[in-house]
Design a protein around this ligand. Structure first.
Ligand code: NAD
Length: 350
């Protein structure tokens, strides 16, 4: 079965999801919808993705820019089985009615409230519970990062209490209107909304989150303290993260001190092993930054906000159509995107 997919909203997330869809053996990207021509339309044209006009977009503007269009969103919706909505927050909720009346399934993003869809989704966290749904919401980048980590820790050692401070990037690299460009801004909503959001994946999870925003565009960093129900060791926890898909661990010898080197690493590996973009879709952990003392676990993780949700959108589609179980879908997605397990921690022999 080939699932026909459209992507509405071709910005930071939409363009990456469209690219990822086009690389899956069982999915077919029918087109992408944009409100206006922009530099990103070139990417769609270069990749051969048909462009449809979204919202109130003007056909004349596309024509005068020389950007060919294949129709409007309504036309796209007649040709697809599922739409991935990657429009700015709150617009997805407005679009939901259009998708429902067109009879297509829909995947929304984390900027929407949880009730925009039948369920919130994270592939490692709750794939099974999302099978067969007509609409899903892939949780935000931060919640995706948290949910993946919970999926590793909770089944092995239990969670008595989880606290995470989110050190959040100010904005995305392509955005020039947001900040801060200086200073550290605490989110005065305490605890922050990320804890309740994580509970849309793990109901009842004893988690509390706080957040500060800092002037960087590269990645978020999470500072985790987990009180486990059963004691563990640092080595066991390192191994658990290392052997789970969608985690990348850096060994001490790699001298990755922080997010600048992480993203430099991602740029270096782009174009190899099927990885087309300089993105970091995995949760990034440092072996040296994982420390367990009895029931107290401490670890840092970095989250590339622009790409971490991309594989989750692909798995959400397979879950909705019930065409694969979670591990199978994750493996298919990761193979197509070139995501592998973390290499062994020892340096390569000369
Ligand atoms: P973005 O602004 O980069 O892209 C959104 C695109 O949608 C833009 O190209 C915009 O022109 C277009 N658009 C606006 N109105 C539209 C409409 N009515 N119909 C179709 N397209 C329209 O936004 P983004 O960062 O890609 O965010 C999209 C969603 O993904 C949001 O819910 C956001 O919260 C979520 N998300 C963003 C990030 C991130 O770090 N950027 C991470 C995870 C989830």
């Amino acid at each position: 079965m080939t699932i026909r997919v459209g992507v509405n909203g071709f910005g930071t997330i939409g363009k990456r999801v469209a690219d990822a869809v086009s690389r899956q053996p069982d999915l077919q990207l029918i087109g992408v919808a944009k409100t206006r021509p922009s530099f990103e339309a070139r990417r769609a044209m270069d990749r051969g993705f048909p462009i449809f006009i979204a919202g109130e977009g003007s056909a004349e503007k596309f024509a005068s820019a020389g950007v060919p269009v294949a129709g409007r969103l309504a036309d796209l919706l007649t040709q697809i089985d599922v739409v991935v909505d990657a429009t700015p927050e709150d617009i997805g909720r407005e679009n939901r009615k259009i998708y429902e009346s067109a009879g297509v399934r829909s995947v929304f993003q984390g900027g929407e409230e949880a009730d925009v869809a039948e369920a919130s989704f994270n592939a490692l966290g709750n794939y099974e519970a999302c099978r067969g749904k007509r609409s899903l919401r892939v949780v935000s980048c931060n919640t995706t990062g948290i949910a993946r980590a919970v999926a590793v820790v909770a089944p092995r050692w239990g969670v008595a209490h989880w606290h995470v401070t989110l050190v959040r990037r100010a904005t995305d690299p392509g955005e020039s209107k947001k900040g801060p460009v200086d200073g550290i801004v605490p989110a005065l909503e305490v605890p922050s909304h990320h804890g309740p959001d994580a509970r849309t994946i793990f109901p009842g999870l004893p988690i509390a989150t706080t957040a500060v925003v800092v002037p960087t565009t590269l990645m978020h960093v999470h500072v985790n303290h987990v009180r486990l129900e059963r004691p563990a060791s640092s080595g066991e926890m390192i191994e658990a993260f290392r052997t789970t898909p969608r985690f990348h661990l850096f060994a001490p010898w790699e001298r990755v001190e922080g997010t600048p080197q992480v993203m430099e690493f991602a740029r270096d590996r782009a174009g190899r092993d099927g990885r087309r973009t300089p993105d970091m879709m995995e949760n990034v952990l440092w072996e040296r930054g994982i420390s367990v003392e009895g029931r107290d676990a401490y670890f840092f993780q970095a989250i590339h906000q622009e790409s971490v949700v991309v594989p989750e959108n692909i798995d959400a589609i397979r879950a909705m159509f019930n065409v694969a179980d979670g591990p199978t879908s994750i493996a298919m997605t990761d193979r197509a995107l070139g995501l592998g397990r973390s290499p062994a921690s020892a340096p390569p022999r000369p």
